[in-house]
Structure formats: C-alpha cells, structure tokens
Design a binder for this molecule. Structure first.
Ligand SMILES: [Ca+2]
Length: 450
C-alpha cells in the first residue's frame, strides 16, 4: 500500500527523471544559414579580441562578445592550399594529395594541379541538402578552369583562383589576370577586400528567402601589402624580378594594419546585411584564419613560429562562432578544433544524413557550439615540409627534421621546454600514432609536395 511519504518520494524521483531526460536530450534547432569567413595569413595575435591593441577590429571584437571564442583552434595546414583542401573535404589534406601549396609560376608544375573534381566538398553537400552555395574571394585549389569552384558545388563564384593577387589590378604572382565571375574571367575595378564584401552582401541579398551557405575567403592580410588608396604594383606579365611579390609599399606594417581593418569593416557590413533581412538568428557565422601570420609583419602572440612551420604560430589561429539564441554570448572554449571539423558540422546542421560509407577525419562540433559540450578525446596530426606533429590533449609531439620533441602546451604555450626525455610513455604513444596516421592518409595518394 502506498503511503503519503512514498508517494512524495516517487513524485520527487519522477521530477528528477524528467529533468535528467531533458538534460540528456540534444537541443533541437532550425537548420541555419551558414557564413564561413576565413582570413588569409591572419596570426593568432592579429585582432583585438585575441590581444592586439594596435590593430582596430571592432566588428570582430563584437562578434566574439556575441558568441564563442576559440582559444585552441587550428588550421589543418600551415600554408594556404592544404588548409583549404581539408576545409572543403572534411578530411586531412594528405588524402586529396594537397599537402603542399599550388604555385602561380607557370614553370612550377603544381600550377597544373588542383583539388580533384571527384572529391566531395562541403559545397557539393550543402547544395544537395537544398542550400544555395557561394564562394567569394580566394579559391587556391587549382588554376585550371576544370578545377573552378563552380565544378566543386558552388552555385556562385566571385573571386580569384590564385594564392594571392594584386589588390587593385588583380594580377597573380605568375603575371596572369585572375578575377572571375563563375567561369568567366573578367576585368573589374576595385580593392579586393571591398569587392569580397560587396559580393558577399549581394549573395545574401539574392538568397535571403532560402537556406544558403556562403564561404567568404578573404585575401587580407596576405601580401602584397596594399591599402585602399595605393597604386597597383603588378600588371599582366609583370616582371617579378623587378617588383617584389610583397609589393613596393615601404611601411608594410601600416599597410598590414589597414588591410585587417578594412576586412573587419567589411565583416561589419555583412552582419548589417543579415540584420537588414532579420537573418541574424537564422545564421551561423564562423570566422577563422587559414594559417598563422608571416614573420616580421604578422603577430602570432606569444606562440612560437610562423606561417609555414608546425610550431603553434604556424597553425593555431583566431576563430569565432556566432549564432544568436543558440550560442551563448561572450563564451570562450579551449576545446581543440580544426578546419576539417566544419564540414561534418555542416552535415549535422543541414539535417540531411550523409552516405554511410563516407568517412570524415573531422568531428561534428554542433554540441560544442550550442550546448558547450566537450568533444570526444582524439589525437590530431599535422605534416608539412620537414615537420610532423601529433597532438593529444595538451601534449604536442613534434618531429622537426630528424629530432623529436615533446611539449606540454598547458604550461608551455611557447614550446620552450622539451620534455622528450621525461615523458617517455607519451612520446612512444604519440610517435606510433603519428606513424600509423601517416601510413593511413598517404595510402594510394600521389602527394603534391611543396
Ligand atoms: Ca594563407
């Protein structure tokens, strides 16, 4: 017979059970629009909300205050093309043969190469899930027309296929004009950063009444170092020996600051465009960089190394995520996230299941974004030039030429204290994981080296 006391007890248990079930139930969401903004060569310490007090970035700082700031976000590569290959495919760039850069020089055989058309890109996927897809800005995954982004799932392309172009004349480092509207190469006046902002706004305007996925691939602050009011340095067939690839401006630091500030202003305009059409709550905005800052000009904070190296300064980069109503404002995460994690996240957000036999290397970070849930523990890997890295939690093993070093990033973010002789178990574990990973990703792949 149930007494009053045990009825009370059962009621309490019932209420706690309901609360528990609710807490364990993944939070539902309406599938959002996606805007992925990626800067080029922006270092970890190059914007205000990541500690820079010289370069003014009020719009990015505001985004960080309205959303989630990543302190341990990494580009998959420490140079441009590899990161973009991983970003587009959700897999390590080695699998698509793009461990190295695609060069503009016509004498360099990589100019003929690109991301294989048979690769499944996030644009292919989002298109098939009913999204309008666009890329504005830098492609750098193949110069030849058959590698154009319109053949990789993008409905709309306004930008350039090279690694960098003159911000005014739009001539690449090989001396070729490089500005495209889809498959058509055209001459168009304008400062590249402003063109990227304007076409991003046009894309949003065109697609405001349907789901869209927009990839804004900024050139800033990659060289040539040119401000809005500078003259063009390059012209078709420009003599590279006479004009340095970084441009002729003397005060390069000042130009660099302006380039970041103009990009920031443009990001503000893109957010304004979302507000104008009441799309802010329906849109996930992601911001990141494709690799660390370059030596002397870029600011990588207190990280060791620069672009092109696998020290933290080469690939730990600023990143922000904003989605009002879903991502809590002013939050910070120290979860380790990579460029290749975005594609599997987009799959989940699109609410269209992927093919069962398709395997990502990246991880879906939706629950980290909207519930601040930790990601599963995982080992992560980088490889470029004479360096290889394995990372597990705060342990970082780096094989630099023929020397192996181990760092504890929780106490030594600047990688100064080599613990290789003190932590033999971790060294052995990460070394063998690195070997297995390398064998796996290079299986059957013809690598395009640097
Ligand atoms: Ca880059």
């Amino acid at each position: 017979m149930r007494t009053k006391e045990n009825r009370y007890f059962f009621n309490i248990v019932f209420i706690y059970a309901i609360i528990f079930i609710y807490a364990c139930t993944p939070r539902d969401f309406e599938r959002p629009n996606i805007i992925l903004i990626m800067a080029d060569d922006l270092g970890y310490g190059d914007i205000g909300c990541f500690g820079n007090d010289d370069i003014r970035t009020p719009f990015l700082d505001k985004l960080a205050s309205e959303g989630l700031k990543f302190t341990d976000f990494h580009s998959n590569g420490s140079v441009c093309s590899p990161t973009r290959a991983a970003l587009l495919t959700g897999r390590y760039q080695q699998r698509s043969g793009l461990e190295g850069v695609i060069y503009a020089d016509p004498r360099n055989e990589t100019r003929q190469r690109g991301l294989d058309i048979d690769e499944l890109t996030f644009a292919d996927y989002m298109k098939s899930a009913g999204y309008a897809t666009g890329i504005v800005g830098k492609w750098h995954l193949g110069y030849r027309v058959e590698y154009n982004p319109v053949y990789q799932g993008f409905d709309y392309f306004r930008g350039y296929v090279s690694g960098n172009i003159d911000y005014h004349s739009h001539v690449d480092q090989g001396g070729f004009p490089d500005w495209w509207h889809d498959l058509e190469k055209i001459e168009e006046k304008g400062y590249v950063t402003d063109l990227i902002t304007n076409y991003s706004m046009e894309f949003i305007e065109r697609n405001r009444d349907q789901p869209f996925c927009l990839y804004v691939a900024h050139e800033a602050p990659h060289y040539p170092f040119q401000g809005r009011n500078d003259k063009a340095d390059r012209y078709p067939g420009y003599p590279r020996r006479k004009i340095p690839s970084q441009g002729t401006r003397r005060d390069k630091k000042a130009a660099y600051r302006e380039m970041i500030e103009v990009m920031d202003e443009g990001i503000g305009k893109i957010i304004d465009k979302l507000e104008e059409h009441n799309l802010k709550e329906k849109t996930l905005v992601l911001f990141c960089s494709d690799n660390g800052g370059i030596g002397k000009i870029g600011d990588n904070g207190n990280l060791r190394g620069t672009k092109g190296t696998l020290w933290e300064g080469g690939h730990r980069v600023p990143a922000i995520a904003v989605w009002p109503g879903y991502i809590a404002p002013g939050t910070v995460t120290d979860e380790i996230v990579l460029s290749m994690d975005f594609f599997p996240t987009f799959v989940n957000l699109s609410k269209v299941a992927t093919k069962k036999d398709f395997k990502f290397d990246g991880t879906d970070i939706t629950r980290l974004l909207i519930e601040d849930r930790s990601l599963p523990d995982r080992s992560l890997f980088w490889k470029y030039g004479n360096q290889k890295v394995a990372r597990y939690k705060d342990w970082k093993l780096i094989v630099d030429h023929d020397t192996t070093k181990l760092y504890d990033l929780s106490t030594d973010i600047s990688e100064t204290i080599n613990l290789v002789n003190l932590e033999e178990v971790m060294v052995s574990r990460l070394s063998s994981e690195l070997d297995l990973w390398e064998t796996d990703v290079l299986k059957g792949v013809k690598l395009k080296t640097r």
